[in-house]
Write a new protein. Structure first.
Length: 99
């Protein structure tokens, strides 16, 4: 299984960010072929000090083949274009194998 992770720093306008994420970005990402599940964690809290991230999105794919196909899909291109339109300065992404 492959997990794609998006870490979002706290945006300047949390309400506008949340609205766009829920109403626009999440539906676009949900349409990506091969996406098995997407989990979103908001309002992260650190045990000491401030948490470096506001939101974490974790997206799961069956295997590297389905992940690669998903990343090349028109639906993913649309989600990526949208992501850059509202969160370019806030997001860091990476992926890896889940044991």
């Amino acid at each position: 299984m492959i997990k794609l992770v998006a870490l979002f720093k706290r945006p300047d306008d949390v309400e506008a960010f949340d609205r766009h994420y829920e109403d626009t970005h999440s539906p676009l990402m949900s349409a990506v072929p091969g996406l098995l599940r997407m989990e979103v964690t908001r309002n992260l809290q650190a045990f000491r000090g401030d948490a470096p991230y506001y939101l974490v999105a974790e997206m799961y794919f069956a295997d590297k083949e389905s992940f690669d196909a998903a990343m090349q899909s028109d639906e993913n291109r649309a989600a990526g274009k949208d992501l850059m339109s509202f969160a370019r300065d806030y997001v860091t992404m990476f992926y890896g194998e889940v044991d």
